[in-house]
Write a protein that binds this ligand. Structure first.
Ligand code: HC0
Ligand code: SF4
Length: 568
């Protein structure tokens, strides 16, 4: 242990502890901006400076370990003055147009400037603006970048894609796409993790809310909205709604209040995905000629994009089942359009996703399968959904809970857990077991696949054989797994990959709580919903049974093949 004094308080902490953590352990919070635990501890912003007795130069708290006998002051007059100057210098290169910034009210720089009482900037403003392709789902606003390096480090260390790098020198230093590429030429998976780890508004999703308002205002357009599993675990955070009030029923009520004609649930098509993907797995297992092992899940578009760009020779391992978002769109513009006697071209299909890459997925060539234009016309993130609610001046706490509409609103517990790492695997195993054994197992039989450690293996016995599974989240973990598969050091039958750490609950389109990882808080919310559902097996969903009986035929059948599977 090391004993030191911080702000006149004597404390003991384990050797190697940083000053920042030592102070936090006794409730002394040292302000910081660029720091991201375990990812970015490089003191780029110099906001966390503290004074050490006997030293003239201030030291940074985020990356300096404690030393025996140190005497530190975290808020002395000298510290306050230097910290203030450092923030003023950052502001002199920052486009502080807070009124029109998506991060206003949720920006660490804004809060810090306010906390320090900065109302004038004594330096000349020198802001670097650069062109960007604003039709791309991921937007960079150079004028707001504070060069904190979090996006660079997160993409390097967690996603292993190295999309960002520092460019130029001196006051023109900025962060841009590496190797002089444009973002659309890069291998960016569009996972959006650099957005959720940006402390300011320098990174954001393309805002598509105006398109939704246009569709809602058009009396000729039938608006059909679907909400992804993980959105319900997080939407309240962006609206200051406590978790116990942020229920599925209140979320559906908010969507109805906004004015969507039909409020449906992506959980419905998650159940449908299981019917197709589970049967595809069983068909591959039954085929002695099948070589494409392991089978990979295909529902995370950032993972699919990653695999196709990094390991194109393994793309045929992907399940051909479309993601629930896309299956929903295809069903909305075919089966449902027929049911309500509408021209699919008159339906505007909108999805609310915890994800940025879903905006890209909806535009892929395979996703125009129902004859009414794109199967999903507009994709909003959870954050954009919150903006929609605010723009409509809705106070969600005052809403009475409402049910999703029928028939594309019915779902099971298996559909809900899609939004958390391991959930697709678990849901698929529940149905695969039923298909092989003819009876449902206890619903939690496959809970070994759960866990937030980034890579998790399990083995189950199914129809007299052993099924080896692996669940991965985060793209660096995915790359390591693929390298191990290629080296022949591991062997699996079925692998689930989600690009975002923790799965969609930690998605790049989710509400941002600066510096806090929320996946392991939101994940259990979905497991709880699963537990509370009367039906917990996708094949028991009455809406799904009806869809096959009335329209789709059998899983993997001709119609299913045309609408629910990819062909490229
Ligand atoms: Fe997901 Fe999905 S689980 S990818 O994370 O499969 O985005 O929530 O909507 O499509 O269902 C995201 C979440 C989805 C899809 C589902 C899958
Ligand atoms: Fe990297 Fe994901 Fe950001 Fe693309 S979206 S730059 S892959 S972190």
């Amino acid at each position: 242990m090391v004993t030191l004094t911080i702000d006149n308080r004597k404390i003991s902490v384990p050797e190697g502890t940083t000053i920042m953590k030592a102070a936090a352990s006794v409730g002394i919070m040292i302000p910081h901006l660029c720091y991201l635990e375990g990812i970015n501890e490089i003191s780029a912003c110099k906001v966390c400076v503290v004074e050490m007795q006997g030293k003239t130069k201030l030291i940074t708290a985020c990356n300096n370990p404690v030393e025996e006998g140190m005497v530190l002051f975290t808020n002395s007059p000298k510290v306050r003055s230097v910290r203030r100057t450092n923030v003023e210098l950052i502001l002199s290169q920052h486009n502080s147009n807070c009124a029109t910034c998506v991060r206003s009210g949720n920006c660490n720089l804004q809060k810090l400037s306010n906390d320090l009482g900065i109302i004038d900037i004594p330096y000349e403003k020198e802001i670097t603006e650069m062109p960007w392709n604003n039709s791309f789902p991921l937007i960079r606003d150079f004028g707001k970048c504070i060069k904190c390096m979090r996006c660079v480090q997160f993409c390097d260390k967690v996603q292993d894609l190295h999309i960002w790098d520092v460019q130029n020198t001196g006051s023109r230093t900025t962060v841009d796409v590496s190797r002089n590429r444009r973002i659309e030429e890069s291998d960016c998976s569009i996972c959006g993790q650099c957005i959720t780890h940006c402390p300011t508004g320098a990174l954001r999703e393309r805002d598509d809310t105006a398109k939704v308002f246009r569709a809602l205002a058009d009396p000729e357009t039938i608006t059909v909205v679907q909400v992804a599993p993980a959105v319900r675990a997080a939407w309240g955070e962006a609206l200051d709604l406590p978790a116990y009030m942020a229920t599925e029923g209140r979320m559906a009520a908010a969507l109805k209040k906004i004015g969507f004609d039909y409020v449906f649930d992506t959980n419905f098509s998650a159940d449908l995905t299981i019917m197709e993907e589970g049967n595809e797995l069983l068909a591959r297992l039954a085929d002695p000629e099948e070589k494409r092992w392991p089978m990979f899940t295909s529902c995370c578009p950032a993972w699919v994009r990653f695999l196709k760009s990094q390991y194109p020779d393994m793309a045929d391992h992907l399940s051909t089942a479309k993601s629930p978002q896309q299956m929903f769109g295809a069903v909305a513009k075919s089966y449902f359009a027929e049911k309500i006697g509408a021209d699919p071209g008159k339906i505007c299909s909108i999805s609310i996703m915890p994800c940025v890459s879903k905006k890209m997925e909806a535009t892929l060539p395979d996703m125009y399968s129902a004859g009414g234009g794109a199967d999903v016309d507009i994709v909003l993130t959870t954050r954009e959904f919150a903006r929609l609610v605010r723009a409509e001046h809705i106070a969600p706490a005052l809403l009475t809970e409402e049910a999703f509409d029928s028939p594309l609103g019915e779902s099971t517990g298996a559909g809900v857990i899609f939004g958390v790492t391991g959930g697709v695997m678990e849901a698929a195993l529940r149905t695969a077991y039923y298909c092989v054994e003819g009876v449902n197992p206890p619903a939690d039989t496959f809970s070994d696949v759960r866990g937030f450690e980034g890579r998790r293996e399990a083995e189950f016995s199914l129809g007299g054989r052993t099924l080896r599974t692996c669940t991965v989240s985060g793209l660096k973990n995915a790359r390591d797994l693929i390298e191990d598969l290629r080296a022949g050091t591991v062997h699996y039958d079925f692998v689930e990959v989600m690009a975002c750490p923790g799965g969609c609950v930690g998605g790049g389109g989710q509400p941002i709580l600066d510096g806090v990882e929320m996946a392991d808080v939101r994940g259990p919310r979905l497991y709880k919903l699963d537990e509370q559902r009367p039906l917990r097996f996708s094949h028991d969903n009455p809406g799904i049974k009806k869809l096959y009986a009335e329209y789709m035929g059998a899983p993997l059948g001709e119609k299913a093949h045309q609408l629910l599977h990819t062909h490229n």
